[in-house]
Design a protein around this ligand. Structure first.
Ligand SMILES: Nc1ncnc2c1ncn2[C@@H]1O[C@H](COP(=O)(O)OP(=O)(O)OP(=O)(O)O)[C@@H](O)[C@H]1O
Length: 257
């Protein structure tokens, strides 16, 4: 269901985001909109600026120029924790789980950290019960309910990536910024992750950075193509597939990804 996504206001709107590292402009005036109900993929060759873009959206890296709005509110100056509390969630390329803790405990801790506010520490018992509830719910959503008591470190690579998504969901985000969730997965694990993303997009705005082109073209509603920090095209998968600029950019670099 992505027919009416564009009639609504974007949940996340980035305007002309630029990031310079010394003399290098890693991201040049990139504008991107994320809508609930839509999976927006960002593709591009190595070093195109995809991770830098995600880091600017999550607030981990400050933009040199440009603006960001969340739900119509100017969030350009918000630091990362404030963006996270306001509903911008992200997953990482590296693994962030505690391997010795159970799958449930990993999610509970994330949920609790997100619920925690200094002014209601006295509610910690109630907060704990709430975070267990959230943890069970997100494990169910991520298809990991059957693994709740397993030590997280004993899971397969693909299950760990699913767990990272579950942990991200435990913070109750509305926007999901996903950096290569399929990396290192076998076919079956990737299939499971893709169906999870299709379920999640119903009530989240999703940005997906992914090198697996078959997967991207299957699940994306919109694809933005970056080359050397710039957007060269942003369109539906069908239009991107036949876009001559995109073909040139990829054919010139066909041996990578
Ligand atoms: N902290 C940094 N300091 C200096 N240069 C950086 C920094 N981070 C990224 N860059 C440079 O910015 C450019 C964009 O990098 P980025 O990691 O965003 O690309 P990417 O599209 O995510 O690449 P990949 O697909 O390989 O992950 C690259 O030339 C990279 O070397």
């Amino acid at each position: 269901m992505h027919t009416d996504a564009h009639h609504s206001q974007p949940l996340l709107q980035a305007g002309a985001l630029t990031r310079r590292f010394g003399g290098l402009t890693a991201v040049k005036a990139v504008s991107i909109d994320l809508h609930v109900g839509e999976l927006h993929a960002v593709i591009g060759t190595n070093g195109a600026g995809k991770s830098t873009l995600i880091n600017m959206l999550s607030g981990e890296i400050a933009a040199s120029e440009g603006m960001l709005k969340l739900d119509g509110v100017d969030a350009t100056a918000w630091p990362q924790p404030k963006r996270a509390r306001a509903g911008i969630g992200r997953s990482y390329q590296r693994t962030t789980i505690f391997p010795q803790f159970s799958v449930l405990e990993n999610c509970r801790l994330t949920a609790q950290a997100a619920l925690q506010r200094p002014w209601h520490l006295w509610q910690s018992a109630r907060g704990c019960a709430a975070s267990v509830g959230i943890a069970r719910e997100v494990l169910e959503v991520a298809g990991l309910a059957g693994f709740a008591e397993r030590p997280a470190g004993s899971m397969s690579h693909g299950q760990k990536r699913q767990l990272e998504i579950a942990m991200c969901l435990a913070t109750r985000p509305r926007v999901l910024l996903l950096d290569e969730p399929l990396a290192g997965m076998g076919a079956e694990e990737a299939e499971r992750m893709l169906s999870l993303l299709e379920r999640l997009k119903r009530d989240h705005a999703i940005l997906l950075v992914e090198h697996d082109m078959d997967a991207v073209f299957r699940v994306a509603d919109r694809i933005t193509v970056m080359v050397n920090g710039e957007v060269i095209a942003s369109d539906t998968p069908d239009n991107i597939r036949v876009n001559p600029d995109v073909q040139t950019a990829y054919l010139g670099d066909a041996h990578e990804h």
